[in-house]
Design a protein around this ligand. Structure first.
Ligand code: F0G
Length: 459
């Protein structure tokens, strides 16, 4: 008898739905023009399927909603803070917790505590807010990710790995005292949601230990990274996601977390560290920028939803379905010939805009253009992750990243397989008429994180 495959499916059923507005091409054309061809400036009401980000857009469970009703809104010492602290210790293993309003709040505090002017912060590819906070604190980010990560067609399974030789030469050049920490993201966002392997992380731990350099973990999508380790790394097939997550964290000294991703909440984040000294200084600083150290800019109910979300986020069935859906979309797009970053990453599909629109030079914003065209075609909202996102260096020059991508980010537990079909078909339609698509020029550029608010015109 032929063995019939066992498909993934959602380990939940739908209890409540949110109705969507359908729009016409004429309406979308108008909306796009008003938004300066920047998908961040569209009104969400005018969007049919929203793949702008997986940040804060996931669906909470009935248990999380029940937790929201159990908010202890005391100014100090909320019960929900202690619950969150207990969960962070249990699931991630970090000793000290400081809640923040979201990930960048934690990045701000951590950068201010650990970075001195002139310091070097090596990392496995930059992330927009992370690097900016490092720079604002006087540091300089240096990319030490393996070269494979910059090649959208390279199918190496752990494109989030650190090139230890690149790191060694930085240590040699600047000296370890100039490097306060190595900034390590799990599921490297800008590379396409690419994982780091446990083996690489262990080697990195050994090297940094030798030089007394900390590892700070951007653990925003750590459970998704753990899934790829479970599926692809030797020796981890029988391990639970929860145990892999804990092992990853154990190889690092502290973490910043945007709980709006993995942890299944609409708002929230934290800083977690093992050093008491770092904790003490960060706890002092959080009251300046976020709020008292037992709420850090969050309501008690938000901390409760986060505590429950963290527990759900490391469920094996949850992650299998979450990434199963992303892979389903990616394979469907590949079936239509749409060029995407491979291997398929954890939180979305990244379309290679340089390859999709080879006739548009990078300074005419191919990825920005493609995101606009996707919206026009079907009301699907995606996001540029290329030259606009990369921004400018402290000296004012543009960064020209090798990767010029459009991110189709999948919110967790929100859309169905039929939605995935509609998205892939729309991408295929735009691909069919790619030769007729023209680039754009930037007509307004904000000083910080320009991709959020920049405006464009069609050439
Ligand atoms: N680190 C990573 C890897 C992220 O992806 C993000 C946010 C942050 C830090 C900052 O966290 O938004 O809570 O302040 N990424 C969002 C995205 C914005 O769409 O990828 P935050």
């Amino acid at each position: 008898m032929k063995k019939i495959k066992q498909s993934w499916a959602e380990p939940y059923k739908i209890k409540m739905v949110e109705l969507l507005k359908m729009t016409t091409v004429a309406q979308r054309k108008k909306a796009l023009k008003e938004a300066g061809y920047n998908t961040f400036l569209l009104r969400s009401e005018d969007v049919y399927i929203d793949l702008l980000t997986d940040s804060g857009t996931s669906a909470m469970s009935d248990r999380q909603w029940a937790g929201m009703m159990m908010g202890d809104e005391a100014y100090a010492g909320s019960r929900n803070f202690y619950h969150l602290e207990e969960v962070v210790r249990d699931v991630y293993g970090y000793k000290y917790l400081i809640p923040t309003h979201q990930g960048r709040g934690a990045e701000n505090i951590l950068s201010k505590v650990l970075i001195k002017k002139g310091d070097i912060i090596p990392g496995n590819m930059y992330f927009t807010t992370t690097r900016l906070h490092q720079e604002l604190a006087g540091g300089k980010f240096e990319d030490v990710i393996i070269d494979e990560a910059h090649d959208p067609e390279n199918t190496f399974p752990f494109k989030g790995n650190v090139d230890l030789n690149k790191l060694k030469s930085l240590i040699k050049k600047h000296g370890a005292p100039k490097i306060p920490y190595v900034s390590i993201a799990t599921s490297v966002n800008m590379a396409g949601g690419q994982p780091i392997s446990m083996k690489n992380l262990k080697e990195l731990r050994a090297l940094t230990k030798k030089h007394h350099i900390r590892i700070i973990h951007d653990m925003t999508r750590v459970a998704e990274n753990a899934y790829f380790i479970q599926q692809k790394e030797k020796g981890y097939a029988d391990r639970s996601i929860k145990s892999i997550v804990k092992e990853i964290c154990s190889l690092t000294d502290g973490a910043t977390m945007s709980a709006k991703k993995d942890a299944l909440v609409n708002i929230g984040g934290f800083l977690a560290v093992n050093d008491y000294d770092v904790y003490e200084e960060a706890r002092n600083m959080v009251v300046v920028y976020e709020g008292l150290h037992t709420y850090g800019g969050l309501a008690g109910r938000d901390m409760e939803a986060m505590a429950i979300g963290i527990k759900e986020s490391v469920g094996d069935e949850h992650i299998k379905a979450r990434i199963g859906q992303v892979i389903y979309l990616g394979e469907k797009m590949m079936h239509y010939g749409v060029p995407i970053v491979q291997p398929i990453g954890g939180h979305g599909i990244f379309v290679d805009a340089k390859k999709f629109l080879p006739h548009i030079p990078q300074d005419q914003f191919p990825a920005q253009t493609l995101a606009a065209e996707m919206y026009l075609d079907s009301g699907v909202r995606t996001m540029e992750r290329g030259v606009v996102s990369a921004g400018r260096k402290p000296n004012g020059e543009n960064y020209y990243p090798k990767l010029e991508l459009v991110r189709f980010t999948i919110p967790r537990r929100v859309y169905t397989q039929a939605h995935m079909d509609v998205i892939a078909e729309s991408a295929a339609r735009v691909y069919e008429r790619r030769d007729a698509i023209k680039g754009m020029k930037m007509v307004y550029e904000p000083k910080y994180l320009r991709f959020f608010q920049a405006r464009f015109e069609k050439l």
